[in-house]
Design a protein around this ligand. Structure first.
Ligand SMILES: [Zn+2]
Ligand SMILES: [Zn+2]
Length: 137
């Protein structure tokens, strides 16, 4: 099985996972804009048992639209956001996919939180868009 690796900017926190991601998307929510310091997060959902993390990321907790916790893991030394655990979507870690070691295969399939997308930003118009989170399957 293929292994995917990534790390924070300074390299003190590293991660890898086996197999294929559950989803790759773009999140335009204000919390992602604040945390990343830019216009959106590119996120890759990975089944939690498959994700192995070395190092000790810090956690900053926010709350999602449903009121559930969002635990935002980041490197306390260099500040890179790494992944989020979302109460409303248990069992999946949402990696900040810009921290992957190889970003050449990244291809978002969906856009989330388009309600707060920055208006000058145009991404592939063929991507499905949701105003907020996608409806639960
Ligand atoms: Zn770091
Ligand atoms: Zn977000």
């Amino acid at each position: 099985m293929t292994q995917t690796t990534g790390s924070c900017l300074c390299g003190k926190v590293q991660y890898h996972y086996e197999g294929a991601p559950v989803m790759t998307g773009v999140c335009h929510c204000r919390d992602c804009q604040k945390q990343t310091g830019t216009s959106f997060s590119i996120i890759q959902g990975v089944a939690l048992p498959a994700l192995q993390v070395t190092g000790s990321p810090k956690v900053f907790e926010t709350h999602g639209i449903s009121g559930g916790k969002v635990q935002r893991h980041f490197c306390g030394d260099c500040g890179s956001p790494l992944y989020s655990l979302v109460d409303a979507m248990p069992g999946v870690a949402f990696l900040k996919a810009g921290t992957l070691d190889d970003v050449s295969g990244l291809a978002p399939q969906v856009q989330l939180w388009c309600a707060t997308a920055q208006p000058w930003l145009t991404l592939d118009p063929a991507l499905p868009k949701f105003e907020y989170n996608p409806p639960r399957a």
